[in-house]
Ligand binder design. Sequence first.
Ligand code: PAF
Length: 287
Amino acid sequence: MTASAASRVEIVRDVASLRARLAERRRAGETISLVPTMGALHAGHISLVVEAKKHARRVVMSIFVNPAQFAPSEDFCSYPRSFETDAALFAAAEGDLIFAPSVEAMYGEGFATTINLAGPAAVGLEDRFRPTHFAGVAIIVAKLLNQCRPDVAIFGEKDFQQLKVVTRMARDLDFETRILGAPTVREADGLALSSRNIFLSAKERARAPSLYAALRRCANDINAGVAIETALDTAHATLAAAGFVTDYFEARHAETLGPIASRGEGPIRLLAAARLGKTRLIDNIAL
Ligand code: PAF
C-alpha cells in the first residue's frame, strides 16, 4: 500500500493490503461503500462517489479495466486509461481509497472460474450483441465484493442491464452488500456521460444527443397513448435518419427486463444501444 503524495487518498494495489486496510476501518466502526469503475473518470463516476458518501463513512473506488468483459473484437487495449487524473478527481470528491490491482492480481495463474448467468443477463439486449460481457462483469464484481466486503456498492443506471445483473447475482449468491443504482449524468444536450464519448468525432458528437432525444420522444409517445410498437418504429427511423446503426431500441419491463407489449403490463424502461461510426452508445430511461 502507498499513500498518494498529492492527496490523502490511499492507493492499494493488492488484495491482502486492501483487506488489511478495510479491516482496520471496520474495527474502528466505520462503514464502507464501494464504487467499482474501469477508470477514465467523468462527472458520472463522481456522482457515484457522492452517492456512496451518503451511505457509508468511507468510500472505496476500484479502478480496473477488466479484460474478461471485453470480447477479442472490442476495445480493451484502446479503452481510455488516465490513472493520475482519476486519482485527483477522486481525491477532490473526498473519496478515501483507490483499489487499482493489476490483471495478474485479479486473474492469477490457473484462474478457471466462471459464473453462469441467466435472468436479466439473458434477455436479448446487451447480451445479444456482447454475449460474453456479463460473465466478465459478474466475475469481477463478485471478486470485488468479496475482496472489499462493502456495506454498499453503487452502480450507474446508465448501464441499466448491468445494474440488474449485478443486483440479481448479489442476491442469488448471498452477498451481504446492498447494491444501489444511481441516476445517469448527462451533458447539457442530453448525451449520457461515458468514458467512450471521447472516441466520437466532432461530427458524431453533434449527432450523439439524438439517442437521448429519441428515448424521450418514445417515452412521451407511449405516455400519450401511442402503441409501443409504433413508438419504437418512430425511434428506429429517427436514429437511422441521424446516421446511427441501431443494435436495439426496446421497451422492457423495468424490473425483469422481459418483453412488454403494453403500458398496463408493468413499469417500462426504454433501453437502446446504437453505433455512430466506431463508437457504440448505450442509454436508457424510465417511463
Ligand atoms: O461499469 C463498469 O465500469 C464495469 O462494468 C464494472 C462494473 C466496473 C466492472 O468492471
